[in-house]
Design a protein around this ligand. Structure first.
Ligand SMILES: C[S@@+](CC[C@H](N)C(=O)[O-])C[C@H]1O[C@@H](n2cnc3c(N)ncnc32)[C@H](O)[C@@H]1O
Length: 434
């Protein structure tokens, strides 16, 4: 056993140190700490280790609230205090922008952060029946394994959903198809919650009766999913309207269906939309593109400024939802187009007409094709919302170093507290022509 000083945190929340030319990743160790460590896995240039003794503790160490911390793969940073988590994410963003993108933002925006517990309005829990132990597990997967965590609560799920886990285990454990039900999805709206049970075989009459009783007793809507996401249907109540979330600042209510993409953290999403709109500065003179628009989370607030907005999205069902949501909110100045933005090129981009401003909110893969396609008629202002600093940095490099934009500002968004996931927002502008 030997001592080592931790230098930094890696993207999975592990402490990183160096010893004899090797990088050592120490589970649960924090920068500045000195630990004795025991190696559990060796590779030629790296070692993976656990702490065997904490010799000097970081002042930023926090006591994890969750009983399953260290086992559950859901949150890996609970041992770091809230302010330091945000600072670490801000650093990940700045490092990526510089080391991958070779760009530095003019201004670092104050990080957007909010509730640290009970924030997850959407989650996918795995279900596993362990025949040998005659035990049914419902939970997130364990850290770096495919085993399901044996958990009875979760501090990042809304309390009423967390409290449901033991009853959910008992319910599914009594089903005839308990080993043919691999997952339960949770979707929480402003005033109703629902569960989607993925079933690989049909429920029998007794299962159905128990499920109906569970739905009534816990006031929760139940959906079943026998095949792909298109097969999801309401089981109880049989007629079930959409859930919704609100963006009160913009007077918007956003209905959504269980399979729709929605931002998981309502409070942070509200702050993110507010920040995006203040950076974009939409006005009624503008024609604005909202790329990867989903169900209209940014499109509808942009439209409230009076600008003409075009939302572009790859999923046909989300385009339909965005159109319905615009109509439901009385918005007439937003149009939606279904298109594969990973196949964008200069010709297709030009064919969309000139945009004064643009918002981009791509999936983790980023928006390489979109930023490459910007050509003859570039928008003067681009707000980029990112869920992966590496692809943001790559696209920032294109925007700054080949398309002539300035990276005015960037900042982290703590959408998923206690996880190492880094969401961020950046503003690019074209220099004014004198
Ligand atoms: C991070 S989500 C953002 C959604 C929306 N802006 C929001 O805030 O709810 C990314 C969106 O990109 C869409 N998407 C994924 N791949 C796409 C593609 N190749 N072309 C167009 N849209 C795509 C997804 O369906 C999803 O709605």
């Amino acid at each position: 056993m030997s001592s080592i000083k931790i230098e930094s945190l890696d993207h999975e929340g592990r402490g990183v140190a160096h010893c004899a030319g090797k990088a050592v990743f120490v589970e649960g160790a924090l920068p500045g700490e000195i630990v004795d460590y025991s190696v559990f896995k060796k590779k030629p240039k790296v070692e993976f280790a656990n702490i065997s003794k904490l010799i000097r503790e970081s002042p930023h160490r926090a006591t994890p609230k969750c009983a399953y911390f260290g086992i559950c793969g859901g949150c890996s940073m609970q041992h770091l205090d809230a302010a330091s988590q945000v600072a670490a994410k801000q650093r990940v963003l700045e490092d990526a922008l510089w080391h991958i993108g070779r760009v530095k933002p003019g201004v670092i925006l104050p990080a957007i952060h909010g509730p640290y517990w009970e924030y997850r309005h959407r989650a996918r829990l795995s279900v596993r029946y362990v025949e040998k132990k005659k035990k049914l597990l419902v939970g997130f997967n364990e850290k770096r394994t495919r085993y399901v965590t044996d958990m009875d609560s979760c501090k990042v799920l809304p309390r009423r959903i967390s409290q449901l886990i033991p009853s959910l285990k008992a319910l599914i454990g009594g089903f005839s198809i308990k080993s043919r039900l691999p997952q339960v999805e949770i979707a929480v709206g402003e005033d109703a919650d629902l569960l989607v049970f993925r079933i690989l075989e049909a429920l029998n009459d007794a299962d159905e009766a128990a499920l109906r009783e569970f739905s009534i007793r816990h006031s929760i809507r139940i959906f079943l999913q026998p095949k792909g996401v298109d097969s999801i249907y309401p089981f109880h109540p049989a007629e079930s309207g959409p859930l919704h979330y609100a963006l009160p600042e913009f007077g918007i209510s956003m209905p959504f269906q269980p399979s729709d993409f929605t931002q998981v953290n309502f409070a942070i999403n509200r702050a993110l939309v507010r920040r995006a709109i203040s950076l974009l500065r939409p006005s009624h003179h503008d024609r604005i593109a909202d790329l990867f628009c989903g169900l209209g989370n940014f499109t509808l607030p942009i439209a409230k400024s009076g600008a003409q907005v075009v939302g572009i999205e790859g999923s046909a069902s989300l385009v339909r939802r965005a159109q319905e949501n615009a109509a439901k909110n009385g918005i007439k100045n937003a149009n939606f187009i279904e298109a594969d933005l990973f196949r964008m090129d200069a010709q297709r981009f030009d064919a969309l007409g000139r945009f004064d401003k643009m918002l981009i909110d791509p999936p983790r893969a980023g928006a390489a094709e979109v930023v490459e396609a910007i050509g003859k008629n570039p928008p003067s202002r681009i707000v980029y919302v990112s869920c992966d600093p590496a692809t943001l940095a790559r696209d920032a490099n294109t925007l700054v170093n080949s398309k002539g934009y300035d990276l005015q500002a960037a900042g982290a968004v703590n959408m998923f507290p206690h996880t190492s996931h880094v969401e961020s927002i950046a503003l690019f502008t074209l220099p004014e022509v004198p």
